[in-house]
Design a protein around this ligand. Structure first.
Ligand SMILES: *[C@@H]1O[C@H](CO)[C@@H](O)[C@H](O)[C@H]1NC(C)=O
Ligand SMILES: *[C@@H]1O[C@H](CO)[C@@H](O)[C@H](O)[C@H]1NC(C)=O
Ligand SMILES: *[C@@H]1O[C@H](CO)[C@@H](O)[C@H](O)[C@H]1NC(C)=O
Ligand SMILES: *[C@@H]1O[C@H](CO)[C@@H](O)[C@H](O)[C@H]1NC(C)=O
Ligand SMILES: *[C@@H]1O[C@H](CO)[C@@H](O)[C@H](O)[C@H]1NC(C)=O
Ligand SMILES: *[C@@H]1O[C@H](CO)[C@@H](O)[C@H](O)[C@H]1NC(C)=O
Ligand SMILES: *[C@@H]1O[C@H](CO)[C@@H](O)[C@H](O)[C@H]1NC(C)=O
Ligand SMILES: *[C@@H]1O[C@H](CO)[C@@H](O)[C@H](O)[C@H]1NC(C)=O
Ligand SMILES: *[C@@H]1O[C@H](CO)[C@@H](O)[C@H](O)[C@H]1NC(C)=O
Ligand SMILES: *[C@@H]1O[C@H](CO)[C@@H](O)[C@H](O)[C@H]1NC(C)=O
Length: 388
C-alpha cells in the first residue's frame, strides 16, 4: 500500500492535467534555464504564467543526461510548460513516457543529439504538440505510430538524420501536419501508404536523399503546395503520370541527373505551378532552351544560379550529346566535372549496387515465372501424349 500510494497520486495528477489544464501562453514568453535535470525535478516555482512571471519556456545548461528516463520532466506544475529546448545535449536514448506530464507542451526541439531510436511511446502524453524538431540525430528508421498522439502537430522536422526506412504507419494521426522535412537523409524509396494520414500536408522537403525515381505519382497529397526533390539521383521525372498534387505551386528538381522533362504535360498536370527549379542537371542546351521558352511563355518562374559554365538563361547545361552516366554499365562511372552537388563516387557506387540488388531480385522472379512456364508446357505435352 505504501508503495502504491505515490504512483496513484502521479496518475491522478496526470489525468487531471490532460483533462482540465488550461494551457496559457503569453505574448512575450520567458525562458527558464535549469542547470540540470535534477534541479528541474526539484522545481518549486509554478510555470503557469498566471501564478508566476518566471516563464514557461524551459531549457537546460550544458548537459541534461544521456538517457532520459521515464517521467523525466515530471515536476511541480510541469503541465504548464509550453516549450522545451533540448538542443545539443548529447542525448542518446529517450525512455518511453519520458515526456509524460507535459500536457500543454507546444514546441519540442531535440536537435543536434545522438538519438538513434524512437518507439511509439517515446512521445506519449504530449498531445498538444504543434512543432517537433529532431534535426541532426542518428535516426535510421521511423517505427509505426511514432507520432500517434500528435493530432495537432503542424511542423515536423527530421532533417539531417540517417533515415533509410519509414514504416507504413509512421505518420498515423498526423492529420494537421502542414510541413514535413526529411532532407539530408538516406531515403531511396517511400511506400505510398506512409503519406495517407497527411491530409493537410502543404510542404514536403526530401532534398539530399537518394531517390533515383521518386515514385511521387503514387503519393496521395491533394493539398501539397511545395515539393523539394533537390539533391537526389533522379534521372527521370515523368510529368505525364497521374499525380495527386492538384495544388502544387513550387517544384524543386535542382541538382539531379535529369536530361529531359516533358514540359507540356507538366503544364497540364500541375496547373497551379508557379515556380520550378531546374538548376544543376544534365540538360542538353538545345532541349533546355526550348523547355525554358515554353515554360516562360506559360508564365512560370524559373530561378537561375547564373553559373560561370555554359548555360541557358543562367541554368547550366551540356552542349554535347554525352549522357552523364548509365546504371547498366558496371565499369567506372564518368562524373562530369560540372554542376554536381552532394555526390561523390562512393555514394554513386553505393547507389549502383542498390540498383543491381533490386534488378537481381527482379530477375529471380522472372526466372521463377519462366520455370513455371516450362512446367506448364511439360504437363500439357504429357496430357497430349496420354490422349494419343
Ligand atoms: C494558479 O492560478 C490559478 C488561477 O489563476 C489557480 O486556480 C491555481 O490554483 C494556481 N496554482 C498554483 C499552484 O498556485
Ligand atoms: C547544431 O549545432 C551546430 C554547431 O553548434 C549549429 O551550427 C547548428 O545550428 C545546430 N543545428 C540545429 C538544428 O540546432
Ligand atoms: C490514432 O489513430 C488510431 C488509428 O490508427 C486511432 O485508433 C486512435 O484513436 C487515434 N488516436 C488519436 C489520439 O486520435
Ligand atoms: C527546398 O525547396 C523549396 C522550394 O523550392 C525551398 O523553399 C526550400 O528552402 C528548399 N529546402 C532546402 C533545405 O533548401
Ligand atoms: C488518377 O488518380 C485518381 C486518384 O488519385 C483516380 O481517381 C483517377 O481515376 C486516376 N486517373 C487515371 C487516368 O488513372
Ligand atoms: C531548391 O532547393 C535547393 C536545395 O535545397 C535550394 O538551395 C534552392 O533555393 C531551392 N530552390 C528554390 C527555388 O527554392
Ligand atoms: C542571372 O542571369 C539572368 C540571365 O542570364 C539575368 O537576367 C539575371 O539578372 C541574372 N541574375 C543575377 C542575380 O545576376
Ligand atoms: C552550343 O553549341 C552551338 C554550336 O554547336 C552554339 O551555337 C551554341 O551557342 C552553344 N550553346 C551554348 C549555351 O554554349
Ligand atoms: C536493371 O534493369 C533495367 C530493366 O530491366 C535496365 O534498364 C537497367 O539497365 C538494369 N540496371 C542494372 C544496374 O543492371
Ligand atoms: C562520399 O560519400 C560517402 C557516403 O555518402 C561519405 O561517407 C564520404 O565522406 C564522401 N566523401 C567525400 C570526399 O565527400
Amino acid at each position: 500500500m505504501g508503495i502504491y500510494f505515490p504512483i496513484i497520486l502521479i496518475a491522478y495528477a496526470n489525468i487531471q492535467g490532460a483533462l482540465s489544464t488550461e494551457c496559457v501562453e503569453v505574448d512575450r514568453p520567458k525562458t527558464r534555464i535549469f542547470p540540470s535535470l535534477v534541479a528541474f525535478q526539484g522545481n518549486k516555482v509554478p510555470f503557469d504564467p498566471r501564478n508566476s512571471s518566471e516563464g514557461n519556456y524551459v531549457s537546460f545548461g550544458l548537459r541534461v543526461v544521456e538517457n532520459l528516463p521515464k517521467n523525466a520532466f515530471l515536476t511541480f506544475d510541469s503541465e504548464h510548460i509550453i516549450k522545451l529546448d533540448l538542443n545539443g545535449k548529447s542525448i542518446r536514448r529517450i525512455s518511453d513516457n519520458a515526456f509524460f506530464s507535459l500536457s500543454c507542451l507546444k514546441y519540442l526541439t531535440i536537435n543536434n543529439n545522438s538519438l538513434s531510436v524512437l518507439t511509439w511511446k517515446t512521445f506519449d502524453g504530449i498531445q498538444n504538440l504543434k512543432e517537433l524538431e529532431l534535426i541532426g540525430n542518428k535516426l535510421t528508421e521511423l517505427p509505426d505510430k511514432a507520432f500517434t498522439m500528435m493530432t495537432r502537430l503542424k511542423y515536423l522536422d527530421l532533417s539531417d538524420n540517417i533515415l533509410y526506412r519509414i514504416s507504413p504507419f509512421s505518420f498515423d494521426n498526423l492529420s494537421s501536419l502542414h510541413y514535413l522535412k526529411l532532407g539530408k537523409n538516406r531515403l531511396v524509396y517511400i511506400q505510398p501508404e506512409v503519406f495517407n494520414p497527411l491530409v493537410s500536408l502543404r510542404t514536403i522537403d526530401l532534398s539530399f536523399n537518394k531517390f533515383i525515381d521518386s515514385g511521387s505519382e503514387k503519393w496521395v497529397l491533394p493539398n501539397l503546395e511545395i515539393l523539394n526533390l533537390s539533391g537526389n539521383f533522379l534521372r527521370n521525372f515523368d510529368t505525364s503520370l497521374n499525380f495527386s498534387f492538384r495544388s502544387l505551386q513550387k517544384l524543386n528538381l535542382s541538382s539531379n541527373y535529369l536530361t529531359k522533362l516533358n514540359v507540356h504535360s507538366l503544364k497540364v498536370n500541375f496547373q497551379k505551378l508557379t515556380v520550378i527549379d531546374l538548376n544543376h542537371n544534365y540538360w542538353h542546351c538545345d532541349d533546355l532552351a526550348s523547355m525554358l521558352h515554353y515554360l516562360i511563355d506559360n508564365r512560370l518562374r524559373i530561378p537561375s544560379r547564373n553559373t560561370t559554365q555554359i548555360n541557358e538563361m543562367g541554368i547550366d547545361c551540356e552542349n554535347t550529346t554525352q549522357i552523364p552516366f548509365d546504371f547498366s554499365e558496371t565499369t567506372t562511372v564518368a562524373i562530369p566535372s560540372s554542376s554536381i552537388i552532394a555526390m561523390n563516387v562512393t555514394a554513386l557506387n553505393e547507389l549502383k549496387i542498390e540498383h543491381q540488388i533490386r534488378n537481381l531480385s527482379m530477375k529471380n522472379d522472372e526466372i521463377l515465372l519462366e520455370i513455371s512456364g516450362v512446367r506448364k508446357l511439360l504437363i500439357f505435352c504429357l496430357l497430349f501424349l496420354l490422349f494419343l
